[in-house]
Design a protein around this ligand. Structure first.
Ligand SMILES: Cc1cc2nc3c(=O)[nH]c(=O)nc-3n(C[C@H](O)[C@H](O)[C@H](O)COP(=O)(O)O)c2cc1C
Length: 199
């Protein structure tokens, strides 16, 4: 069966550096027979500016966010996928606010044991893979490494395998990203590994 990959992108620029790398990844994954769905988190319709901490998700048997908007529909479908790829520019040493708006609400995919506080996972697990694709204007220490730590920690917490593609010194004119053939090769290699489950 084809591996199912969901890519959630968080750049406000549809043709920016991050989405150029995402396009390389997606084209290669589809070529390798993966079923790929791309969600543009920066252009969804939101009814809340992030998780409202209403805790309704924790009081329900369902693994879903109760806010009735386009982000909830995406979050409810994440467990259907074998691979979740998050793609973001580094903004202020972290992920873009646009991506974080959606990611915080994936809290709804986990329940916590009321007595011990231990997480009770929904359908994540060692067969699942999480990836990060991130681009930054600066070097690795200008946010990419911190971002990598955050997403690796989230993957460990979610009991998923993890891999990242970190692109430093991304050009200020995103048209020049097309010239980064080294990054294109890395994006294609990552797509092929992920599609084969070799992470
Ligand atoms: C609001 C803002 C904050 C940024 N913060 C950082 C940063 O903390 N570290 C860094 O290396 N680059 C930073 N950059 C540069 C972007 O990460 C870089 O240009 C990125 O490739 C943009 O990706 P995009 O074209 O997909 O939006 C910032 C850019 C903007 C607009």
């Amino acid at each position: 069966m084809a591996r199912k990959i969901m890519v959630i992108t968080g750049s406000p620029r549809k043709k920016g550096n991050t989405n150029t790398v995402v396009t390389w990844f997606v084209d290669a994954a589809r070529k390798a027979s993966a079923e790929v769905e791309v969600v543009d988190a920066a252009h969804l319709e939101y009814k809340a500016n992030g998780c409202t901490e209403c805790m309704a998700c924790q009081q329900s048997d369902k693994y879903e966010c109760v806010i009735d908007d386009e982000a909830s529909a995406v979050i409810a479908r994440i467990p259907e996928f074998d691979v979740l790829v998050c793609a973001t520019p580094v903004f202020w040493f972290g992920p873009s606010a646009q991506l974080k708006l959606l990611l915080d609400r994936t809290f709804a995919l986990i329940k916590f044991n009321p007595e011990t506080g231990e997480p009770i996972h929904g359908e994540s697990g060692p067969d699942k893979i999480m990836c990060l694709i991130a681009t930054a204007g600066g070097d690795q220490e200008s946010g990419l490494n911190m971002l990598d730590d955050v997403f690796r920690t989230a993957a460990v917490f979610s009991q998923c395998r993890y891999e990242s593609l970190l692109v430093s010194f991304a050009p200020s004119d995103p048209k020049q990203m097309a010239e980064r053939t080294d990054v294109k090769e890395q994006a294609i290699a990552l797509a092929e590994r992920v599609t084969a489950g070799h992470v």
